[in-house]
Structures are given as structure tokens and as C-alpha cells.
Write a new protein. Structure first.
Length: 366
């Protein structure tokens, strides 16, 4: 009889709080559709990890084995990059390569947050892992955090995916603060026309080679992303492309989410550091948005054909959510201001920029 009540008697306050947090994550995923493919498995995994004497966690448990196989080896994030690469159409960026610069400018928040986190007492590798939340790229955040600060992996993962889901709430106030009504109403021409298939095939190969030469530490990240895109654009692997976009992406995302949750045990997660990481993650997103917008305003000083500064905010890697947010903001300011395609061009550039930023951090701190 005592055995039946061992689990119940073993409950501690931290475990109860974490189970409630898990339930909140599940509610956000189902009710509000906030990154449901990640927050739902993370929420359920958090419940599994915080039940006393849980057989689901531990060195030889199912989640422990998955963690060693998929996170310690960095396999899960890289497989997700193949899926993301297969989903992305780089055509809008190839029609206007200039937009790639916004993908670099909008990484400002990463480096601002690294400096801020270091000044608050985190060591430089922990600060870098926190700063990479600003990449708005969950797999990159997990990849870097697992390499440099595995003790912070749970908090960083939750922050990264939560703020990605909150892009429609975070970005608009920052953009309005930094722009005028006149700037938000700037219309941008979009030059239609097909990109030659040969260019689409050469692009992922060229990016991989260039990134490998100049930032070799980014090659695993950018290489798997571009490999997924090559599968998409090759024209001879349509079945594999669809599998990568759907079955592979969905399956690995589920496994990634529930595995990360094994690190969300009460004694690891419910510490003052967690709240600080969540706050710094928000700072990173705000400065990313500001960096892209301010770079567009700077470009307008020199360009005859003006850029709507709002599209600079799409330089974060939250694809395609950020582009949709900017498009909707443009329509609110002017019902005939269609910014979707320029915004998508910048958003796609942000995907590349965030991965290269992650690679730079790996290279500098390795």
C-alpha cells in the first residue's frame, strides 16, 4: 500500500509548479496556437519530468536516451534544418539580393544581449547561448545552448519558441515607436518574374561553400539548411522534398520538444536565472526588430527609391510569421500597400543571417 502512495508523498512544491507550467504551455499551444508543434510536446514532457520517481527521465530512461541520441549529438536540430530548408523558397531573395543585408542588421539583438547578459554575471558562453535567442530560430538556439550552456537549455528553448510565437505582439509596438506614419505608408514595387531553375540549384551550393570558407563553424547549420533547399529545388526529389517538409519536420519537432522538456525539472528551471533569461530573450527580440528597422531608415538616406522601414523587422528568422505581421501592418496604414513579397525577401534573408550569426558565435567562442 505504501508503494502506491510513494509518488504522491514525494511531490514537492517545485514539481507542482512545473506541472502547472506544463499545463499552461499545453493550453497556449491548443487554445492560442502558439507554436503548437513545440510548446505542446514541451508542456507534456514537463509534466513527465516532474512527477516524482518518473520512469520517463533519467540516464537510461526513454527521454534520457532520446536526449543523448538527438540533443547531445546535435542531430535533432540539424534534421529540422533539412526540413526548414525544404520548406523555404529563396526566389523572392534571389530577385532582390540586397534584402540579405537586412538579415544581417536584424541580428543586432543577439550581440546586444550577449553584452548585457555578461554584464549581469553570466559567463561568456552562457551569455552567448542566451543572446542567440535573438536569432528567432529555435533549432539554432538549441544547437548553441547545448554546445555552450546545457544547464540553461530548458529555459533558452522555452524563451526562444515562446517569443517566436509572440512576434505579432512584440514587433508592432517597436516598429511604431521607431517609424512615422509617412514611413509606414511607403509603397514598394515588387518585380515579378521567374528565377531560372539553374540559379535556384546553384544558390544553396554556393552559400554552403562560401559559408564554409569564411565561417566554417557554421557549416553544419547552414549546410543542412541548404541541403534541404537543394532537395526542394533539384526537381528530381519531389517525394523526398515533401517528406522532409512534412513527415520529417513534424516527427523530429515532436521528439525535440518532448526531449528538451526532460531538462525542465523544478530544481533546474525554478531559479532566478530563468526569469533573467526570459527577460534577456525579450530584449534580444526587441533589439533585433529595432536593428532591422533602423538599418532601413539608414539606407533611405542614400537610396532614391525608398524602402518601407517596417520590412527591416523581418530580418529576424521567424519565417514566415514576421513577414505576415509586417504585411498586415502595411495594410492597416494603407489598404493598397502590399508589402508581403518584399517582407518575405527580408524574412528569408533573416533565416540565413541567423544561422551564420550562430556559426560566428560558435567560431569565436569554441
Amino acid at each position: 500500500m505504501e508503494t502506491l502512495f510513494t509518488g504522491l508523498l514525494g511531490f514537492q512544491l517545485k514539481q507542482v509548479i512545473m506541472i502547472l507550467i506544463g499545463l499552461v504551455l499545453i493550453w497556449l499551444a491548443i487554445k492560442h496556437k502558439y507554436e503548437p508543434t513545440l510548446l505542446l510536446p514541451i508542456g507534456f514532457g514537463t509534466i513527465l519530468a516532474n512527477i516524482p520517481l518518473s520512469a520517463a527521465v533519467g540516464e537510461h530512461s526513454p527521454l534520457g536516451i532520446l536526449f543523448k541520441a538527438g540533443i547531445d549529438t546535435e542531430l535533432f536540430p540539424l534534421l529540422i534544418f533539412i526540413a526548414i530548408g525544404a520548406m523555404i523558397d529563396f526566389s523572392p531573395l534571389l530577385k532582390n539580393p540586397f534584402m540579405l543585408l537586412f538579415g544581417a542588421a536584424a541580428q543586432l539583438g543577439i550581440f546586444v544581449t550577449i553584452v548585457l547578459a555578461a554584464s549581469l554575471g553570466f559567463d561568456i558562453k552562457e551569455a552567448a547561448s542566451i543572446g542567440i535567442i535573438g536569432a528567432a530560430d529555435g533549432p539554432t538556439s538549441i544547437y548553441v545552448a547545448n554546445r555552450f550552456a546545457p544547464n540553461l537549455l530548458g529555459a533558452i528553448s522555452v524563451a526562444a519558441y515562446s517569443y517566436m510565437a509572440l512576434v505579432p505582439i512584440i514587433q508592432p509596438p517597436v516598429i511604431r515607436l521607431l517609424t512615422t506614419k509617412k514611413e509606414r505608408c511607403i509603397r514598394m514595387d515588387y518585380h515579378s518574374g521567374d528565377v531560372p531553375q539553374t540559379v535556384k540549384i546553384i544558390f544553396p551550393i554556393a552559400i554552403t561553400i562560401i559559408a564554409g570558407i569564411f565561417v566554417p563553424a557554421s557549416l553544419a547549420l547552414i549546410g543542412f539548411l541548404m541541403f534541404g533547399n537543394l532537395i526542394r529545388e533539384s526537381g528530381v526529389l519531389e517525394g523526398l522534398s515533401k517528406t522532409a517538409q512534412n513527415e520529417l519536420g513534424n516527427l523530429v519537432t515532436i521528439l525535440l520538444g518532448i526531449t528538451i522538456a526532460s531538462k525542465m525539472q523544478g530544481e533546474l528551471f525554478l531559479v532566478p536565472q530563468t526569469l533573467l533569461i526570459l527577460a534577456l530573450g525579450l530584449v534580444a527580440f526587441i533589439f533585433d526588430t529595432a536593428g532591422g528597422v533602423l538599418f532601413a531608415k539608414l539606407m533611405n538616406i542614400f537610396k532614391k527609391e525608398k524602402i518601407n522601414p517596417m520590412i527591416g523587422a523581418c530580418g529576424i528568422s521567424a519565417f514566415p510569421m514576421s513577414a505576415r505581421v509586417i504585411h498586415q501592418m502595411g495594410l492597416k496604414e494603407d489598404p493598397f500597400n502590399f508589402l508581403l513579397m518584399p517582407a518575405v525577401s527580408v524574412n528569408v534573408g533573416g533565416q540565413i543571417g541567423s544561422v551564420i550569426a550562430g556559426g560566428l558565435i560558435l567560431a569565436l567562442l569554441a
